[in-house]
Ligand binder design. Structure first.
Ligand code: SF4
Length: 304
C-alpha cells in the first residue's frame, strides 16, 4: 500500500511539475519522499530557487508554507494539512507588534521566521535560528525589537551584544522548552563519551550546559564532523531520523524521547498524495502583506 502511494506521488509530481520540500522535523516517510529536507533557512533558500517547479508541496507548518509563497509568488504552494500550525508563530499578534514599534520608534524590528505573514510585514528584517546572531549584529540600532521567541531573542542578543525588547515576553516553543538541565545531567551520566547539542529555542540554563548550540541545519553539519561519533540531540525527535540516515555508523540519541512537535506529524503520505491530486490546501498570502513581508525575508537571504 505504502509503495503504491509513493509510486502515485512520484507520477503526480512529474505530471504536475511539482517539488516536495520537507522540514527536518517531518516523519521519516515524508523525509524519504521529499526532494529536499532542511531547516527553515535552507527551505527559504530552496523555495527562492525552484524556478523549474510549478507547484511546491510544503511538508512542514503553515508559517513555512507562507514564507515559501511570499518568496515564490508565481508558484502554487500546497500545505497537505491546513491544521499544521506552529503554536509559537501565533504567540505574537499584529497589534502587539505595532504597539511595541510605537513605544520604541528607534528600534529596528527582527522577526523570527516562525511568525505569521502579517507580523512579518511589520519587520525590518527576518531571521532564522541559523542566522539570528548574525542578523541582529547587522542592525544599526543597539536596541532591537524581537518577536516571538523569548529564548532566541536572548540568545541573539548575547551573540551580538545588543539589547532586545522581546514581544511577547513569554513567546516560546513548547517542544524546546521541555528540555531541562536534569536532562543534560542524565545524558552526561548515561552517555559519558557523547557530545550534547541543543537548539537556540531551548532555555538558557539548558543551552549553558550543552557542548554546542545549533539550529537543525547546524546540527546536520555537526553530525558529519569526523570527531563526532555519538551525539545527544536536544531538538524535535525526528531530526535524529535524518542524522541516523545520513551518518551510518554513528549514534544519535534524542535528549528527550517525548520531544514531539505534534503538528509536524499530522502530514502523512496519504495527505501528500491528496494534496497533489486535488491541489490543496493552497496557501495564499494577501498580496499587499506578502509584498511588505518579502522585504524583510529578502534582506535576510541577502545576508545569508
Ligand atoms: S517545534 Fe516548536 S517552533 Fe518548531 S514548529 Fe513545532 S511548535 Fe513551532
Amino acid at each position: 500500500m505504502t509503495n503504491e502511494i509513493i509510486r502515485e506521488i512520484e507520477e503526480l509530481k512529474k505530471e504536475k511539475n511539482a517539488i516536495i520540500l520537507a522540514h527536518n522535523y517531518q516523519p521519516k516517510e515524508i523525509q524519504e519522499i521529499a526532494d529536499f529536507v532542511g531547516d527553515s533557512l535552507e527551505l527559504c533558500i530552496k523555495a527562492n530557487n525552484v524556478d523549474e517547479a510549478d507547484i511546491i508541496v510544503f511538508c512542514g507548518v503553515n508559517f513555512m508554507a507562507e514564507t515559501a509563497s511570499i518568496i515564490s509568488p508565481d508558484k502554487k504552494v500546497l500545505l497537505p494539512d491546513n491544521r499544521a500550525n506552529c503554536q509559537m508563530a501565533d504567540m505574537v499578534s499584529l497589534d502587539e507588534l505595532k504597539k511595541a514599534k510605537a513605544e520604541h520608534p528607534d528600534c529596528e524590528v527582527v522577526l523570527y521566521v516562525n511568525s505569521r505573514a502579517e507580523t512579518k510585514s511589520e519587520a525590518d528584517i527576518v531571521c532564522t535560528s541559523a542566522n539570528a546572531g548574525k542578523i541582529v549584529s547587522s542592525l544599526k540600532s543597539d536596541n532591537f525589537i524581537f518577536a516571538p521567541d523569548h529564548n532566541l531573542g536572548i540568545y541573539s542578543a548575547k551573540q551580538s551584544g545588543k539589547n532586545p525588547i522581546i514581544v511577547p515576553e513569554d513567546g516560546h516553543c513548547y517542544v524546546h522548552t521541555m528540555f531541562k538541565p536534569e536532562d543534560i545531567k542524565k545524558a552526561r551520566e548515561d552517555y559519558p563519551n557523547a557530545k550534547i547539542v541543543v537548539h537556540p529555542e531551548c532555555n538558557d540554563d539548558v543551552r549553558q550546559l550543552a557542548d554546542y548550540v545549533e539550529s537543525t541545519g547546524g546540527m546536520v553539519r555537526l553530525a558529519k564532523d569526523p570527531e563526532i561519533k555519538q551525539l545527544v540531540v536536544g531538538t524535535e525527535i525526528d531530526l535524529t531520523t535524518r542524522l541516523t540516515r545520513e551518518n551510518p555508523g554513528k549514534e544519535f540519541i534524542p535528549l528527550r524521547r517525548d520531544a514531539f512537535c505534534l503538528t509536524m506529524k499530522i502530514i502523512t503520505l496519504e495527505k501528500v498524495l491528496e494534496a497533489l491530486k486535488e491541489e490543496k490546501y493552497e496557501v495564499v498570502v494577501d498580496k499587499e502583506i506578502a509584498a511588505k513581508a518579502r522585504v524583510g525575508i529578502q534582506k535576510m537571504l541577502d545576508l545569508s
